[in-house]
Design a protein around this ligand. Structure first.
Ligand SMILES: NC(=O)c1ccc[n+]([C@@H]2O[C@H](COP(=O)([O-])OP(=O)(O)OC[C@H]3O[C@@H](n4cnc5c(N)ncnc54)[C@H](O)[C@@H]3O)[C@@H](O)[C@H]2O)c1
Length: 258
């Protein structure tokens, strides 16, 4: 199959979510075999089924797993290799939000968001690295956020975790370069995913209203579509980025400079 990641095997965490599912779809369209892993079993099965329905020849595996458990991360990597034989790419996209100022944070809210955003990402990398090394090298793309660089009110715990992932990216890029593994971070701005649409619907805001009023702090005055984030993930994951490691690729519609 032709494509920018033809012949590659990719593991995408958070594959049942908005950006993760869009990334899985794009990778399949570009020739990869894809394992989608997510804590939400129904969501990840649905994402895989939708990709298969549109691309009957695709190789897609859906795996339910809570990646805050290192043993689960290792099980997911093992299942991917059992099915597809190798692993070349990890896109570590799983993440959660905690809303509210730091002054209201609790030990439980810290444990929750650090557990998923930092530890599950680190565990996914830890579990994948031996397989990437065994494949002769590979690419890890870590999901940060433009708010890992820029401060804002009301999301301090989330933004702390996304900044921590930039440290993880740099450290892993240095550690794994001798093994042929590139490690880069992707830093999206506001991206319209089912998570945000559902959250705003619960507050009585329709998707159309969200789209109309949201993201005015970008230069384009609109949200990114999930596929607009998946495209630069694909680039970093592919051999087109063979000389790129340790970078922070901002995909924010100019939000940071507005
Ligand atoms: N949407 C945005 O505006 C935006 C902007 C910047 C960064 N991001 C980041 O992109 C990623 C995806 O965002 P999204 O909008 O698609 O959100 P989403 O909630 O749709 O996707 C996140 C997925 O991660 C999964 N997940 C959560 N905890 C997990 C765990 N312990 N183990 C395995 N899977 C787990 C969830 O079930 C969900 O399917 C997140 O890391 C988010 O922080 C999103």
């Amino acid at each position: 199959m032709a494509g920018r990641v033809a012949g590659k095997v990719a593991l995408i965490t958070g594959g049942g979510g908005g950006i993760g599912a869009a990334t899985g779809r794009l990778f399949v369209e570009e020739g990869a075999a894809v394992a989608l892993a997510d804590r939400d079993g129904a969501a990840v099965e649905q994402a895989a089924a939708e990709i298969r329905a549109d691309h009957p020849a695709s190789q897609v595996l859906a795996l339910q797993a809570d990646l805050t458990d290192l043993a689960e991360a290792r099980r997911v990597v093992a299942a991917t290799i059992e099915r597809f034989g190798r692993l070349h790419i990890l896109a570590a996209i799983a993440g959660v939000r905690v809303y509210g100022p730091l002054v209201d944070a609790t030990p439980e809210s810290w444990a929750y968001i650090l557990g998923v955003n930092v530890l599950a990402t680190a565990y996914s990398c830890q579990a994948a690295i031996p397989a990437l090394r065994a494949a002769g090298g590979g690419s890890i793309v870590i999901m940060s956020s433009v708010y890992g660089l820029a401060g804002r009110a009301g999301m301090s715990q989330y933004d702390t975790t996304k900044a921590a992932l930039l440290g993880l990216t740099r450290a892993l890029a240095v550690e794994e370069a001798p093994h042929g593994i590139r490690v880069n971070a992707i830093l999206p701005g506001p991206t319209i995913t089912p998570f945000h649409i559902k959250r705003m619907a619960e507050r009585g805001v329709s998707e159309a209203e969200l789209r109309a009023t949201g993201a005015s702090h970008t230069l384009f005055n609109r949200f990114a579509e999930p596929r607009e984030v998946a495209q630069p993930i694909l680039f970093l994951a592919s051999d087109e980025a063979s000389y790129i490691t340790g970078i922070e690729l901002v995909v924010d519609g100019g939000a940071r400079i507005k």
